[in-house]
Design a protein around this ligand. Structure first.
Ligand code: SF4
Length: 489
């Protein structure tokens, strides 16, 4: 092995994964104060998925460390492997899991292959390079080529296991990536924000990066600008929010024409959105009576679903009723929250009967929801339960998508129009701080697991119900603002 020639610390598999996700993340992991990181429910969900996949894959408890490996245990965890790349970079890996195979090595009549957990169906670059990283270090330990590894992932139809060949091409890509990574993490200046900021939802540096994006007027802060559009705008000389807000619609349309009609058409909307965000004032788009249904309705029903997408399971149908007072006013003091839990996915028949009863009781009255999920889910559920198209149409005729109405009528000074963002702009406070859909899903999975092991954590379920009730109230707050605010300048 060559000696360590670059950098001061060993490059770990964890830093490599960070770097693959976002160069800035790897730099922050090395150079920033870790107390500035935040807990991420999305990350906790990934770990939960990892735990479940491993649990399903393993028949026995895996053994720990080098001693277990030398003794030839079937599965090994908690091993730390060190080595150097051909270029002399010091590297250190902590394989998630090793599996024994019947192939002779210097350890005996056996050797090991690495295993990683895949999120979703697609094998990512992160999966490939992690396996290659561990495979390379393992080779040095067992003195035999590691030709393949495995990715595993639990899904609604069981455990998926995939064999991944660790080819020469992947190995070359690994060394090339490590070389570039080593340069990036020791740079003086912190790298730019990732172009696709959707990926930031998973990241523990999100708060820090949101602040930077906001201070710098990063284009990703403008609703409607994703990674691709941001690149286009930068190519034509628009670098930030200010540049965009001061553009002329006709000029921007012309410049965006070469990227396609969709981009050309959206120019004036982007400029107006940027101006609203700079002025911090909402802009009315001139459509009168955005919520006419609320003028005379005696009741409204608000509907919000919580789901586990991996299991294709809508586990909670939250409904909140509000009755209009005799004075004609609406008050949240009169709101009643009535959830329907669908604990087991195979018990849909009973759930549907309850939902149908509720929808029928509200026939002709407004049913408010935020986004298209509720209508899509209820339509699919009704179809699965054998309802006719006509019946489904009748039952959902009064569904009102508050998000769609908002987008038709207003531009708001928010970077995205999610329920959380918009209702927080209206100063609505969730009962629990830092609550979001990912945390609700995490609580659900923890609660389900606690039932399985007969140690029911009822506070988790209470948390989910409170969160869902708050989602309903937030939906109402936005609907109320759309219907009754007079600020239509
Ligand atoms: S929050 Fe986004 S930009 Fe910041 S480090 Fe994480 S992924 Fe990169």
């Amino acid at each position: 092995m060559t000696s360590h020639i670059l950098g001061t610390k060993a490059i770990t598999d964890r830093i490599l994964c960070s770097w693959i996700r976002c160069k800035r993340k790897a730099w922050l992991d090395i150079n920033e104060n870790h107390q500035r990181k935040i807990w991420s429910a999305h990350r906790a969900l990934q770990l939960d998925h990892q735990y479940k996949s491993l649990e399903q894959f393993l028949n026995n408890v895996p053994q720990k460390g080098l001693k277990a490996l030398k003794e030839g245990s079937d599965h090994i965890v908690g091993l730390r492997l060190k080595g150097f790349t051909p270029l002399g970079l010091s590297i250190e890996g902590h394989p998630l899991l090793l599996q024994k195979i019947n192939k002779e090595s210097c350890l005996g009549k056996f050797s090991y292959i690495p295993i990683t957990v895949r999120q979703g169906h697609r094998v990512t670059r992160e999966n490939l390079l992690s396996l290659a990283f561990w495979g390379y270090l393992l080779e040095q330990l067992q003195n035999i080529e590691v030709k393949y590894g495995l990715t595993i992932s639990t899904a609604s139809n069981g455990l998926e296991v995939q064999k991944i060949l660790l080819t020469k091409k992947i190995r070359t890509e690994l060394f090339d990536s490590l070389k570039r990574l080593n340069k990036d993490i020791y740079k003086e200046e912190e790298p730019a924000l990732i172009a696709d900021r959707k990926k930031c939802t998973l990241c523990s540096w999100k708060k820090l990066c949101d602040k930077k994006a906001n201070q710098e007027g990063d284009l990703s802060e403008v609703n409607g600008i994703g990674a691709k559009r941001k690149n286009m705008l930068q190519e034509i000389g628009i670098q930030n929010l200010k540049d965009l807000a001061s553009s002329r619609s006709i000029d921007l349309s012309k410049k965006l024409r070469k990227y396609g009609e969709a981009h050309e058409r959206i120019a004036s909307k982007l400029i107006n959105q940027a101006r609203v965000q700079i002025n911090l004032r909402p802009k009315f788009l001139g459509k009168n009576k955005i919520m006419p249904e609320l003028e005379f309705a005696p009741y409204i029903l608000i509907y919000d679903i919580e789901s586990d997408p991996d299991q294709k399971h809508d586990f909670l149908h939250g409904f909140t009723y509000i009755q209009r007072r005799k004075s004609g006013k609406w008050s949240l003091d009169d709101a009643k929250y009535k959830p329907i839990l669908n604990i087991e996915n195979d018990n849909e028949k009973v759930t549907w009967r309850k939902i149908k009863y509720r929808l029928k009781a509200f026939n002709g009255l407004p049913i408010l929801h935020y986004g298209e999920t509720e209508l899509l889910s209820i339509t699919k559920l009704a179809r699965r339960q054998g309802e006719s198209d006509k019946e489904i149409k009748n039952m959902t005729a009064n569904f009102i998508d508050i998000h769609a109405r908002l987008r038709e009528g207003w531009l708001l000074p928010v970077s995205n129009y999610s329920l959380k963002n918009v209702s927080q702009w209206l100063r609505f406070q969730w009962k629990y701080k830092r609550s979001n859909g990912a945390k609700a899903l995490l609580c659900w999975r923890q609660w389900k697991r606690s039932i399985e092991i007969r140690h029911k954590e009822s506070n988790k379920l209470d948390w989910i119900l409170k969160y869902n009730e708050d989602d309903c109230i937030a939906t109402w707050k936005i609907a109320e603002w759309l219907a009754f605010n007079k600020n239509k300048s």
